[in-house]
Design a protein around this ligand. Structure first.
Ligand code: ADP
Ligand code: MG
Length: 350
């Protein structure tokens, strides 16, 4: 995609040269992107009964990613995917993104190109247009902030707040994998720090490592639900773990929840990695973050349609508020679900 091969300093290009270099290959894909990069603001046009959805996520080096094991291309891809996931979680379709980056001179032009190669790959994959951004310097580390703009018909937008008693609780894919991927990468990083001659050993763990390094937004779900004419009653994406997300839905919808342990989808790769770390796979599914699966509720009348969707599991149902938020174990024991997901501001003592 880019021609540079060796190390080129950022200063050789300057700010405008860099922006131009990074964005000249943009080809607009969506009719709603009227004007992209190159003016004071992008111009977007949504017509008819569509509502505009906007979401932003910022990723900070040392907080959200570690460049020791996160290739820049993957980081660019992930920064876009997690934003697109937020639009999917409103039952919408992502159309445009803006990308803002803060770079220290530790980064070369080639490094930034790698980041953008990942961004462009995700734009292709999710059919979104890069229509703008901002570029600035940082005294340390890399910051990347993506804003996504999407659309949904007025009567199709799904909030966290619409779950009703007896609704089915559903989730795409499987849970806990990204967390186990992170544990493995952290372990190998610690080994490498002790002895740089030891090669990382991630054999047999491709699936969970990929789930951590290259998460995907579940854009297929929006399409499948539309085809089946099913509009969920509530939706959220699983960025902080199932426990945290189901509590968000319960709180926003003012309802209770009953989940069934035996129904919660966990990949074999996740279980075997968890075993290596002597962790219960269920704890990873409940409290591990960054799976970017979609958790949603539907009216029980849609049971048959949902049942037919291959990559969706029905994991419980909505109850009245007074019943609380619970997980029914394999032996029938009932455990109250409490949030233990990622906390952006952990206590210092922890
Ligand atoms: P302004 O001074 O109006 O903020 P900039 O010089 O920052 O303009 O940006 C010029 C154009 O390049 C704008 O269209 C802006 O959206 C776009 N742009 C700036 N940085 C980036 C980036 N990192 N990625 C994509 N587009 C960018
Ligand atoms: Mg600017």
């Amino acid at each position: 995609m880019f021609e540079n091969a060796d190390r080129t300093e950022l200063s050789e290009y300057g700010e405008f040269g860099l922006i131009d270099h990074l964005t000249k290959q943009v080809e607009i894909k969506n009719g709603s992107s009227v004007k992209g990069v190159g003016d004071d603001a992008a111009v977007i046009r949504y017509e008819g009964d569509v509502q505009t959805l906007v979401s932003t996520d910022m990723l900070v080096e040392g907080v959200h990613f570690d460049l020791m094991y996160m290739p820049l291309k993957h980081l660019g891809y992930k920064a876009v995917a997690v934003n697109v996931s937020d639009i999917v979680a409103m039952n919408g379709t992502a159309k445009q993104i803006t990308v803002s980056i803060a770079l220290s001179n530790r980064f070369s032009i080639e490094a930034v190109e790698e980041l953008y190669n990942g961004i462009y790959l995700a734009c292709e994959r999710y059919n979104v247009d890069l229509v703008g951004g901002d570029t600035t310097s940082s005294t340390s580390g890399l910051v990347i902030s993506v804003t996504v703009i999407g659309e949904a018909e007025k009567d199709k937008v799904v909030y966290r707040s619409g779950a009703k008693e007896n609704d089915l609780i559903c989730v795409t894919g499987d849970l806990g994998a990204a967390y186990m991927g992170l544990q493995l990468l952290e372990r190998e990083k610690a080994v490498f720090k002790e002895n740089p001659n030891v090669q990382p050993d991630l054999t047999g763990h491709d699936y969970v490592v990929e789930r951590q390094l290259k998460p995907e937004a579940r854009i297929w779900l929006t399409k499948t639900l539309r085809e089946k004419a099913v509009v969920p009653t509530s939706m959220i994406d699983v960025s902080d773990g199932l426990a945290s997300e189901i509590l968000h839905i319960a709180k926003a919808s003012d309802c209770g929840v009953q989940l069934y342990e035996e129904k919660i989808p966990i990949d074999f790769g996740t279980s075997s990695a968890a075993e290596e770390f002597q962790l219960a796979p269920m704890v990873c599914a409940l409290n591990g973050g960054e799976d970017y699966e979609i958790l949603f509720t539907v009216s029980p009348e849609h049971y048959e349609q949902i049942e037919l969707i291959e990559d969706v599991s029905i994991i419980g149902h909505v109850t009245d508020k007074n019943s609380g938020v619970n997980l029914v174990g394999r032996g029938g024991d009932v455990i109250e679900i409490t949030a233990q997901g990622w906390n952006a501001f952990p206590n210092k003592e922890e």
